[in-house]
Design a protein around this ligand. Structure first.
Ligand code: UD1
Ligand code: CA
Length: 482
């Protein structure tokens, strides 16, 4: 009993294997940097591991190690992550062995995870650790997370003895026909008594089909030495699936998305007209009674309120949308904020921290970049508004353009409240249009417009030929004189 308590109190460390290239991906990019739900695989594993609040998370890196390190540090604080370089990828046993200098004499429980098994849930890992610590009242030397698969091809198989106890793990390439028929597989996720792991690891050899040092030999060696090996068999196969090729990656993306949409329908009350042809990130949230039409893509940290309608072909990325917002077909909305009861589209483009205040409207072929469109204001047709601030109840006529770029710098446009910008107005920034002002159709506004003032007309006149050289200028001056 005492020993058991000791075990429960044992410190938890995590080790994530992420040094391999992932040959089967046929990619120039290291496997753990491939994206699921638009985040590198390794980030999923790191985020899940961090929720267990371990003392340290060791990440074994090798292939594109600097890039993997950067990805990990997007997810973990520097003080909680420790990077371990594996110089040559000689197998999973060798990968763990690379952490020997850090861990060999540490009294802890080591949870080993794979950088390419991203769907594993924190609850499952917590249950694994729990079983490891309490196995037979005193804890196990190693606990293996396993699952039964209809098609176990490619995975290491769990061989049990006549009493059903763990005997060994045999890799696909080393398995006999009889062993290949076993459908209980090794998830590649384990808990170890850290000291016992490193003791056994020094005895692992590479005399197998792949000439690699297999971590999977360790449980067998421990058992031979009389240690207790526990098995935690999980029932959700998807959680344990590894990504070894792009087919598996695409399958996983689909499963994750399907789960997200299902959760949104059942728990949040969101309507999806065609769930199979809709993409929603796991990180997004959508409010009650919002209706999502087919072929909508909702990515990243996007928050959508209650009672919205999002029509087909629209993509929304990292944006915040209030309640009762109507977004028509084929809009692209990135890093934007749309307040309550706004209307957008069809075919509108909002980006670069564009913000629409309540009850404002953006119509067909309108682009907003780094622009605030005030409460109740409208830009209904064919317009570009960049680096602009627009007040309340202002109407921006069809074909209006803020000429915000002079070829070198971007300049701001400020438009007040209750302004009527006539069709086809060019606002040459920097420029301000006061409250209640009106611009005539086709105006080219190059100077500030005072409040309640009507301006119109185009000042465009030929000033100079930009290509004319100084020499030519001098020449033409002489001929003029002649
Ligand atoms: C491994 C297991 C297998 C299990 C499967 C579950 C071994 C020998 N086999 O096989 O029993 O069913 O995972 O998904 O462990 N890595 C390194 N350095 C290396 C080799 C691999 O860091 O030298 C990393 C990889 O980047 C990867 C992880 O270890 O994240 C697993 O390696 P992988 O080659 O994918 O092993 P599997 O063949 O899938
Ligand atoms: Ca794998």
């Amino acid at each position: 009993m005492e020993q058991r308590e000791e075990n429960v109190l044992k410190q938890l460390d995590v080790l994530i294997l992420a040094a391999g290239l992932g040959t089967r991906m046929r990619s120039n990019l290291a496997k753990v940097l491939h994206r699921l739900d638009n985040r590198p695989l390794i980030n999923h594993v790191c985020r899940t591991a961090a929720t267990l609040a371990p003392r340290k998370i060791y990440v074994v890196i090798g292939h594109q190690g600097e890039d993997v390190r950067r990805a990990v540090l997007e997810e973990l604080d520097e003080e909680h992550a420790e990077f371990v370089w594996q110089k040559e990828q000689l197998g999973t046993g060798d990968a763990v062995n690379a952490a020997r200098p850090f861990l060999e004499n540490v009294d802890s429980t080591l949870l080993v995870l794979s950088g390419d098994v991203p769907m594993i849930r924190a609850e499952t890992l917590a249950a694994l650790v729990q079983q490891h610590h309490t196995h037979r009242g005193k804890g196990a030397a190693c606990t293996i997370l396993t699952v039964k698969l209809d098609d176990p091809t490619g995975y290491g198989r769990i061989v049990r003895d006549s009493e059903g106890l763990f005997s060994k793990i045999v890799e696909q390439k080393d398995a006999s026909e009889e062993e290949k028929a076993i459908n209980e597989i090794n998830s590649g996720i384990y808990c170890f008594d850290t000291r016992k792991l490193f003791d056994a690891l020094s005895k692992v050899k590479n005399d197998n089909a792949q000439g690699e040092y297999y971590l999977t030999d360790v449980p067998h060696l421990l058992r031979e030495a009389g240690e207790d090996i526990a098995i935690y068999r999980h029932n959700d196969a998807h959680e344990i699936e590894g990504v070894n090729n792009r087919v598996q990656l695409a399958d996983m993306e689909r499963i994750l998305c399907r789960r997200t949409i299902r959760r949104m329908m059942l728990d949040y009350g969101v309507t999806f007209i065609d769930p199979k042809n809709t993409y929603v990130s796991e990180q997004a949230s959508i409010g009650r009674d919002t209706v999502i039409y087919p072929n909508v893509v909702i990515e990243g940290d996007t928050r959508i309120g209650d009672g919205c309608t999002i029509r087909s072909g629209t993509r929304i990325t990292n944006s915040k949308i209030g309640y009762a917002v109507e977004i028509l077909d084929n809009c692209v909305i990135v890093d934007a904020e749309i307040s309550n009861q706004c209307t957008v589209g069809p075919m509108a483009h909002l980006r670069g921290h564009a913000k629409m205040e309540e009850k404002s409207k953006v119509g067909n072929f309108v682009e907003l970049k780094k622009t605030i469109l005030g409460r109740g204001s409208k830009a209904s047709h064919l317009t570009y508004l960049g680096d602009a601030t627009i007040g309340e109840k202002t109407n921006i006529g069809a074909g209006t353009i803020t000429c915000n770029y002079d070829g070198k710098n971007k300049h701001a446009t400020e438009i007040g409240n209750n302004v009527r910008i006539g069709s086809d107005t060019m606002l040459v920034a920097p420029v301000r249009v006061g409250d209640g002002a009106v611009t005539g159709a086709g105006s080219v506004v190059t100077r500030d417009v005072p409040e309640d003032t009507l301006v119109y007309g185009a000042p465009a006149k030929v000033r100079k030929n930009l290509k004319e050289t100084e020499e030519e200028k001098a020449e033409s001056q002489t001929s003029n004189q002649a």
